[in-house]
Design a binder for this molecule. Sequence first.
Ligand SMILES: [Zn+2]
Length: 294
Amino acid sequence: MAEKDIPCSCPVCASRQCRPFAQTDHRRILACRDCGHVFAGLYSRDELRRQYAQRYYDTKDDPRIDAWIQANRRVWRGLCQAIGTCIAQPRSLLDIGAGTGGFLLAFHEYSPTTVLAAIESSSQARDALREKMPQVAFVADDAEGLDSVTERFHVITLLQTLEHVEDPRRLLRSVHDHLEADGLLLLTVPNRWSYRSLLKGMRDEFNFANPTHLHFFSGRILRRLLSETGFVRARRLRSMGGSNVTGPGQLPQWLLRVVGLSAELRFLAWRPLPVAARSLRAIACNQPVRILSR
Ligand SMILES: [Zn+2]
């Protein structure tokens, strides 16, 4: 262990060689010397709880809930379309960290036949969403509770959620295990290498300056985690639009996405089919059409 290293295990590669990166509010941010992941190695759970209550929802009628839903309608719609390009009408969808429920409301409009489920740790947000969408099933109280859920889902979404959990590898493994074979994950996180972070550093409210964020992901680290937790065909979304930016501003945003400097990273990844099912599908696809049509 180098002289100034902090005795802490990297949540991505389990290396014990983590150097101090920054001290900010209640979090001591570390950087792994082996894989480069940046994360809150030490933090106050009490302060985290206090920050969640203060920054998010006080009551189920908190006006910030509806304001947030309205302000991000274009984002929700863009995310629905990203799923729709892969699966036109998913049988079921679980949104982990559903928050205000803005995305689930939009998805119900987009695909009314999809059976919807949610996990949300704020009881105030859960109550607000139950009033708006009584058909949504709450399958666990928080992301860690996913382990004990017995159902599987056609699509699972983790929208701006993975940066909040203590153990992202464990959650991604559990998400993988709760997808149907050939099921789809849509994952979004703040980009550690975004133009905002490069300009503002530790003052970037979307990233390091949010005291509830415990991880600061790069595209490279996300790809590694997705691959090591069993996902295949992981793809970073780079298409234009699908955000609050409208008009000519969409062009620079698209360019930032192309070069990997966008504020948010969006990934699609799949749970693979079992080997036997893949073989059967390959055989079926190779059969001549005239034989299949008899
Ligand atoms: Zn590491």
